[in-house]
Design a protein around this ligand. Structure first.
Ligand SMILES: [Zn+2]
Length: 642
């Protein structure tokens, strides 16, 4: 694969190939540029035998925990504010006198315990965790009720004006709670290891409709009041709400899509294979545990590809390519219904258990539905993505984070959202599959998803389970795989499986041929999958002349493609080579699309060059209102000091 030189590589790294599963959620963010050279230590970390404690919550679930939430919310678009009453069923152990909840940027008006007003304490703000809410309770206490309001600082909430939507008539709201942003719109025990069921009653302006990560309405009503029920216990990061002028269209018996009216038929067409994917997933790893599987297409400012909110995947409209080519994102989010939502990482240090399994599972679903050569391309993209990310992270001084098991002490869990959890995790599982054979591995995975359903697991427990139930039964497999090296050491182990892909080879051959002088018009590109175009673009030299850019664009119409993966990749080249003819498309794309995966590498190129920094700033000022906090904070970090 084409390597990017200089510092740009560190900016582009994780996104160089626009891998499909960067449809992950949250999406990998790019590693920031930093010229520091790191000294890598390859020491194997100690196995942690203690029960893992989630360092990103103030809650102490062993003492007092929530088990059910009843939420009443009023959605006020004018003031961009939610006012809520959150009533929790709680379980308190003997001799415990307080329950601790996480909050951030919330105004707590009142707290009651079993109907009696309680003297709560709200601690000073911790930079990473927010404010600890301490509520006095006894082991007899059953319910706490918190009356509160959100603020304009609520990082989970994205309020869109009508002009920022597809329909341009009504405002729109959506939430993004992962990793630890649920606490900015609901006071809660915000830890992946703490599960609760919920019911909700949400009041919205009468012309709008609300949906949640729960049993959802399929039609707008006249009252503007919607009720929800989530009977399966979920962690707080899967709490989700979206409000807008929405329509529903069924796809299969168990699947359907929500979108703004102007997007609904396009969306229904694009995702017509959802039912097939759901069947394929069930065939692989057992019954789908959540009832319906629907998907909502959000306005373009959604910062990720998708978010696996249970029963209702939140998705970016950038995957509406018109030809169903970008639906592996759906396979990814659907796979999370098992890995992540059903069996959940106990802490964000174990994030690879959520994402590595999901990328593996996504690959298997895509193989079932689209065939082996498709899955091979995905795996190959994964490999190159991983390789680039590891190099970039080492350069940026974060080589320690190339271990699967992370140490996010005193850090934001967003730091763990790199290609490592996704791609290195995927390859460890692929290696296990190759070593023990697919049949045995599938049996093992089925058993794993069944035994740990609605529970959490951590890296150490998984290793023990893997050894006991699989590796110890296949002679020599433990030595061959050496999972501890994958998990506790940095970099890419030498036993990483090699993937062959004919389609990849063809794309590289075409790029080589063009570099050697064959005109673009004579290249053999018939029937290429869009991934081959990504391989092709990546294999081109980094520096291209305007004439070369023009030749490629004329022949292959990159600037005009409806496939945002290809367009995003092309625009990185446009920015790098200052190809001004495509600046109108570049500007339009950056202003309209809020998906961080696309924004970071393009801004990265513009910011890396003194000449185009003013352009980056100018476009950012115009685009900023369309970006979610997740994206704008990443771009601002890149612009710092420029
Ligand atoms: Zn994911």
């Amino acid at each position: 694969m084409q390597h990017f030189s200089l510092q740009l590589k560190t900016i582009l790294s994780s996104l160089v190939l626009f891998s499909l599963f960067t449809a992950c959620n949250p999406e990998k963010k790019t590693t920031e540029t930093n010229t520091d050279v790191i000294t890598e230590t390859d020491s194997t970390a100690q196995m942690n035998t203690k029960k893992p404690v989630d360092i990103h919550t103030f809650a102490i679930p062993e003492e007092a925990k929530i088990t059910h939430l009843d939420l009443k919310l009023n959605v006020d678009f004018e003031n961009k504010m939610l006012s809520g009453v959150a009533t929790y069923d709680i379980e308190v152990q003997n001799n415990i006198d307080k329950i601790y909840l996480d909050t951030r940027s919330l105004t707590i008006e009142k707290v009651e315990v079993d109907g009696q007003k309680a003297e709560f304490e709200l601690a000073n703000e911790d930079q990473n965790l927010g404010q600890k809410l301490a509520i006095p309770v006894t082991s007899q206490s059953q319910k706490v009720t918190i009356t509160y309001q959100t603020s304009s600082e609520a990082e989970a909430l994205q309020w869109l004006s009508p002009s920022q939507t597809a329909g341009k008539k009504s405002p729109f709201l959506f939430t993004q709670s992962q990793a630890i942003l649920a606490r900015t719109w609901v006071p809660t025990q915000d830890s992946p290891g703490i599960r609760f069921t919920y019911t909700a009653e949400v009041t919205v302006p009468k012309e709008l409709m609300a949906v949640m990560s729960a049993e959802n309405p399929q039609q707008k009503n006249d009252s503007g009041v919607y009720t929800f029920k989530m009977e399966q216990p979920i962690p707080a990061y899967l709490l989700a709400l979206s409000v807008g002028d929405l329509r529903f269209q069924p796809i299969g018996e168990r699947t359907g899509v929500y979108a703004e009216p102007s997007m609904i038929s396009k969306s229904a067409y694009e995702f017509e294979e959802m039912d097939k994917m759901l069947d394929a997933a069930e065939k692989l790893y057992g019954e789908y545990a959540w009832g319906r599987y629907d998907l909502i297409v959000l306005p373009p400012s959604f910062p990720f590809g998708g978010m696996e909110n249970p029963r209702l995947t939140f998705a970016t409209p950038t995957i509406l390519a018109g030809d169903r080519s970008l639906t592996s994102l759906v396979a990814h989010e659907l796979a999370h219904s098992w890995s992540g939502n059903l069996v959940t990482n106990a802490t964000w240090n174990d994030f690879w258990l959520n994402e590595g399994f999901t990328v593996y599972f996504e690959n298997r679903i895509m193989e079932e539905v689209y065939g082996k050569d498709y899955a091979e391309m995905l795996a190959l993209i994964s490999y190159q993505d991983l390789k680039n990310e590891v190099e970039a992270m080492k350069k940026a001084g974060s080589g320690e984070d190339t271990r699967l098991k992370l140490d996010l002490t005193d850090r934001n869990p967003d730091d763990g959202v790199t290609s490592i959890a996704y791609d290195k995790g995927f390859y460890l599982l692929k290696l296990i599959e190759n070593t023990v054979g697919r049949e045995k591995f599938d049996i093992f995975l089925n058993q794993y998803f069944t035994e740990f359903a609605f529970k959490t697991t951590n890296t150490e427990d998984f290793l023990t389970y893997l050894d006991k139930n699989l590796l110890s039964k296949v002679e020599g497999s433990m030595q061959k795989i050496n999972p501890k090296e994958w998990i506790y050491e940095t970099g890419i182990p030498s036993n990483i499986p090699k993937i062959e892909s004919e389609r990849y080879d063809k794309a590289i051959a075409a790029a080589t041929s063009w570099k050697e002088g064959t005109p673009a018009a004579q290249l053999e590109t018939k029937d290429w999958a869009y991934q081959q175009w990504l391989f092709f673009l990546s294999a081109l030299p980094e520096d291209l002349t305007s004439q070369q850019m023009e030749e490629l664009d004329k022949q292959f119409e990159f600037s005009e493609t409806g496939n945002n993966e290809i367009l995003g990749k092309w625009l990185v080249k446009v920015a790098h080579n200052q190809y001004e003819k495509s600046y109108p498309q570049l500007r339009k794309f950056l202003v309209n699309v809020g998906r961080r995966k696309f924004l970071s590498p393009i801004y990265g190129e513009l910011i890396a060059n003194e000449k185009t920094i003013p352009l980056a700033k100018e476009i950012y000022e115009e685009a900023k209102p369309n970006y979610h906090f997740v994206s704008s904070s990443s771009i601002e970090k890149m612009l710092e000091g420029k």
